[in-house]
Design a protein around this ligand. Structure first.
Ligand code: THU
Length: 131
């Protein structure tokens, strides 16, 4: 099943997380409309606020390869309850795919599914409107 392959990709890239400060490794697999998979892990920094989440690393990788249209993202961490993307990542993903499927999974096999519109309603409503 394709979701299994997406989760496997996220689990594999999670091993490359650079997370010496939080010790919290995250992996993400972003799926294009054509089914290509781009992965990312979190990249922390000694100046904590500069940390980049796995989701945005995956998005940057896909954009750098010329992709602009996305179907789904799968995010994996080793928690009891699946980790859901932070507000910044929700907004950045919504720029390209407001209706993205968001699949959250844990290493122990918990899986849940949302749409990005559920996680971030009204992402761009009104922005740049002029009276
Ligand atoms: N993190 C992600 O990469 N993605 C998420 O969805 C949640 C949080 C990272 C950021 C930081 O390196 C660590 O997890 C702890 O917040």
């Amino acid at each position: 099943m394709e979701l299994d392959a997406w989760i496997t990709a996220a689990v594999e890239v999670r091993r490359r997380a650079y997370a010496p400060y939080s010790q919290f490794a995250v992996g993400a697999a972003l799926i294009t409309e054509e089914g290509r998979i781009f992965t990312g892990c979190n990249v922390e920094n000694i100046s904590f606020g500069l940390t980049i989440c796995a989701e945005r690393v995956a998005l940057g990788s896909a954009l750098a390869a010329g992709e602009r249209r996305f179907r789904a993202i799968t995010i994996v961490a080793d928690t009891q309850v699946p980790v859901s993307p932070c507000g910044a990542c929700r907004q950045v993903l919504a720029e390209f795919a407001p209706g993205l499927e968001v699949h959250l999974a844990t290493l122990r096999g918990v899986r849940v599914r949302f749409s990005l519109a559920e996680l971030l309603p009204r992402a761009a409503t009104g922005i740049l409107d002029r009276p």
